[in-house]
Design a protein around this ligand. Structure first.
Ligand SMILES: NC(=O)C1=CN([C@@H]2O[C@H](COP(=O)(O)OP(=O)(O)OC[C@H]3O[C@@H](n4cnc5c(N)ncnc54)[C@H](O)[C@@H]3O)[C@@H](O)[C@H]2O)C=CC1
Ligand SMILES: O=C(O)C1=N[C@H](C(=O)O)C[C@H](O)C1
Length: 267
């Protein structure tokens, strides 16, 4: 495919050089501003839907940050790896299969001596959300019941959220490891969908409401008691420290890293 020319910034310094893919979107715009404001990072390219990411090959960008749409993010990651970049991904829609294809691609292009490019994919870069997922996973084995409610702005294109999918999968894995069986539920639904989606046996409910940004509640229940874990992103600034941390980390983590918890010292 022929690459369209990309508008690079004229000045290239010894800083870590970053290209933002999906730069015109809600997250892309915030990431451009955050990278621009970071003393050790240099924003060298802003790409959106009409640009070809392959055009980054041979340019100054060392790391690409992808906040696009679930239908294109995997293809972007493969093209960015082919272009020789490390990649940070916040876009949702990843499955075990698509993650596996990225692992295979990374194995093909790795140096064989432990070096090579890094790909860091995180369903949520906000610290409160990362902690909420971690706490839910730790608590899951102690409760008979667990359900996830995610609440987002109505412009969000996917449901359930990537964060809720990951939370549910982690809860299910913790329950399976602890030998817990199915959750108690005698309900016979009158209307399809009344009990939400089911992800690995965990019910997940999606709310879309004007005024919201990104929120999640994990409800854990036992006879006579409930634990509620809640995370609220009131503003997209909540994601930026995590995105910048990922940009700095991905260059020294060859291979695939899934989840920001993997680069935080959560004990
Ligand atoms: N991991 C995290 O912490 C967060 C993840 N997200 C996820 O990030 C993604 C983007 O979210 P928003 O910025 O709110 O969406 P948005 O719709 O505002 O932005 C998406 C942008 O991607 C562009 N785009 C579409 N196809 C493209 C292509 N082939 N190449 C380059 N650009 C392309 C669109 O033109 C648009 O500018 C969603 O999957 C969302 O769930 C959102 C917030 C935080
Ligand atoms: O689309 C969003 O806004 C968000 N998407 C991510 C998700 O689906 O989990 C992260 C956060 O919830 C915001």
């Amino acid at each position: 495919m022929h690459a369209r020319p990309i508008a690079y910034a004229a000045r290239v310094t010894s800083h870590l050089s970053v290209a933002v893919v999906g730069a015109h979107g809600r997250m892309g715009r915030a990431v451009c501003d955050a990278v621009d404001g970071a003393p050790d990072l240099e924003l060298v390219a802003r790409l959106d839907a009409s640009d070809d990411v392959a055009g980054l090959a041979g340019g100054p960008a060392q790391v690409a940050v992808d906040f696009t749409v679930p239908s294109v993010t995997e293809a972007n990651v493969h093209a960015l790896l082919d272009a020789g970049l490390h990649v940070v991904v916040g876009t949702t829609g990843w499955t075990e299969e698509s993650l596996g294809r990225v692992r295979d691609h990374l194995a093909e292009v790795s140096s064989g001596t432990g070096g090579g490019p890094g790909v860091l994919i995180a369903p949520n870069f906000a610290l409160s959300a990362v902690l909420a997922m971690t706490f839910a996973q730790r608590a899951a084995r102690f409760f008979e019941s667990a359900e996830v409610i995610e609440l987002h702005h109505p412009n969000k294109v996917d449901a359930p959220s990537g964060t809720a999918m990951t939370t549910a999968r982690h809860i299910a894995a913790a329950r399976a490891e602890a030998g817990l069986g199915p959750m108690p539920d005698a309900t016979e639904t009158q209307v399809d969908g009344a009990r939400g989606a089911v992800v690995d046996g965990v019910h997940v409910h999606a709310v879309r409401l004007r005024g919201l940004v990104a929120h999640e509640e994990i409800l854990l229940g036992n006879p006579g008691e409930q634990l509620t874990i809640r995370t609220d992103s009131f503003d997209r600034s909540s994601f930026m420290p995590g995105v910048l941390l990922a940009v700095r980390e991905v260059v020294r983590r060859p291979g695939l890293t899934f989840g920001l918890d993997q680069v935080l010292d959560l004990g």
